[in-house]
Design a protein around this ligand. Structure first.
Ligand code: ZN
Length: 99
């Protein structure tokens, strides 16, 4: 965190006491966060790391159809990504963008 500057959350306006807002969780944006390298790293991290959530979700959808929806509706959500993400990924696989 940069000391000596008036730092407030861009989302809710709360005075920040660290790199994240304690009210809404917004991250303090630093100049290096705006670089293409950082963006690409974050994208790859979100796709592949996620503690294996994306892989677990896709594997579950392919090998045990219905389990993902059942688990999610029963509150077992930690092992999976949010349902919209695998839905969009599968749609991209089946319907690739036409250039
Ligand atoms: Zn905030």
């Amino acid at each position: 965190m940069t000391e000596g500057k008036d730092l407030s959350c861009k989302t809710c306006g709360t005075t920040l006491h660290g790199d994240y807002c304690h009210v809404c969780g917004e991250k303090l944006l630093k100049p290096e966060d705006k670089s293409a390298k950082k963006w690409l790293g974050d994208l790859l991290s979100n796709i592949w790391m996620l503690d294996g959530k994306l892989f677990n979700s896709l594997k579950c959808l392919l090998l045990k159809p219905g389990r993902f929806a059942r688990d999610y509706s029963q509150g077992i959500r930690k092992p999976y990504v949010k349902p919209l993400n695998p839905f969009l990924m599968v749609n991209l696989i089946y319907f690739p963008p036409q250039g």
